[in-house]
Design a protein around this ligand. Structure first.
Ligand code: XIL
Length: 380
């Protein structure tokens, strides 16, 4: 596996073989002697990853696990390293799933991502009710030291802060800002660096195609850089739609971030195919439109994706990856937010109980048209 350092450009190696996946009895099995996996194809461009849930981590979903270890060379924990699971009560840490997660990555020689140290969602309740700023700050220090030190040299990159900005580029009035002050992002990046000086440190957020929001994030990066505080990358989440953001908007994200000399990562890529007629803003997970639950207009494909939409999805992924390939010197990782459609969070967000098709593998663990487009993009 090649890890991109700084802004080195690697030559695109063209491989002419076409991938064949043998899928007897609905089981995913990659044909390893004659074909390249997706991450093999992209190995000289950027890491290719998937977010993995606890069923995969604990070995309860071996079919998804096979896909992950065959097709991807990086993993992100979908939930298992979030504060509410790791430290639900003061100084009571649960490392069971997190340890298994890291073990899986090490065993398969993968680039292992930690997600996420500081985030206002999926935070332990005690952090929301802690009153004194000093006590709150001590908990944050303890959390970062304990977690990052435990996986020092094993977790290669940390989402240090997730979703700290409003859509207008101002700092979100989160409990972290309230308790630790306006400089908290810099403070926690320093804590992470101290705990593992070799880990890559990432700021991660959604809707970075919106100029005002991106500007707020870039300003923060410049401030950290001016103060000599380590920050390696900006992660753009990439919970996108079939028609938006535009390729031009995506390209602007890449250009603006890389201009600052930090790596560009697309950290949570998935593409919803379902209707969003409301004014839905980004991927703020607390939004829930329960009034739409059970409305067939909002869930048009419960029995399968029409061929025309499947084609549209494949083309959308192809167009996006063409852009990623064009800017491979600036992009160090692309991670899908999940493995197969059935387990995607987008079946339950922002409306519960829908049937969505946002990923590269279908509900029977089979590669979709989009997968074929991406694997054939390199070498053609
Ligand atoms: C999501 C998970 O996929 C869900 O299983 C969970 O219920 C809520 O969080 N932005 C992030 C991710 O940074 O951590 C979120 O993951 C999706 C939005």
């Amino acid at each position: 596996m090649i890890k991109k350092i700084g802004r080195f450009t690697f030559t695109v190696i063209t491989v002419a073989t076409v991938s064949i996946l043998s899928c007897a009895n609905g089981l995913y099995k990659s044909n390893t002697d004659t074909t390249d996996s997706l991450s093999d194809k992209y190995k000289d461009l950027f890491h290719l990853g998937a977010a993995i849930n606890e069923d995969i981590i604990m070995g309860r979903d071996s079919q998804s696990k096979n896909i992950v270890t065959s097709e991807f060379n990086s993993i992100t924990p979908e939930n298992s390293l979030k504060w509410m699971y790791l430290q639900p009560f003061p100084n009571k840490f649960n490392f069971g799933a997190a340890d298994k997660y890291v073990e899986l990555g090490k065993k398969n020689n993968m680039h292992i991502v930690g997600h996420a140290l500081v985030w206002h969602n999926q935070l332990a309740d005690f952090m929301k009710t802690t009153v004194s700023p000093d006590e709150f700050t001590n908990h944050v220090e303890n959390h970062i030291n304990t977690v990052v030190s435990r996986y020092k040299g094993e977790i290669h990159a940390w989402d240090v802060v997730n979703e700290a900005f409003n859509e207008d580029g101002s700092l979100r009035p989160s409990v972290f800002k309230k308790q630790m002050g306006d400089n908290y992002i810099e403070d926690v990046f320093k804590l992470a660096e101290t705990a593992d000086p070799d880990a890559d440190l990432i700021y991660n957020d959604y809707n970075l195609y919106k100029p005002a929001k991106l500007a707020g994030v870039l300003k923060m990066v410049k401030r950290l850089q001016a103060n000599g505080t380590k920050i390696n990358a900006i992660g753009a989440q990439a919970h996108w739609r079939l028609n938006s953001p535009s390729l031009d908007e995506i390209e602007q994200i890449i250009l603006h971030i890389s201009e600052l000399g930090v790596e560009v990562m697309f950290t949570e890529l998935d593409i919803t195919v379902l209707p969003n007629p409301w004014e839905l803003v980004g991927a703020e997970v607390t939004q829930n439109f329960s009034k739409f639950e059970g409305d067939p207009k909002m869930d048009p494909y419960p029995k399968g994706l029409p061929k025309s939409v499947e084609k549209q999805l494949a083309k959308r992924y192809e167009d996006i990856f063409k852009l990623f390939v064009k800017h491979q010197d600036k992009i160090s990782r692309v991670t899908f937010w999940g493995v197969m459609d059935k387990h995607s969070w987008l079946n339950d967000w922002p409306i519960n109980g829908r049937t969505n098709y946002p990923l590269l593998f279908d509900r029977n663990y089979q590669p979709k048209k989009a997968y074929n487009k991406l694997i054939n993009l390199i070498g053609n």
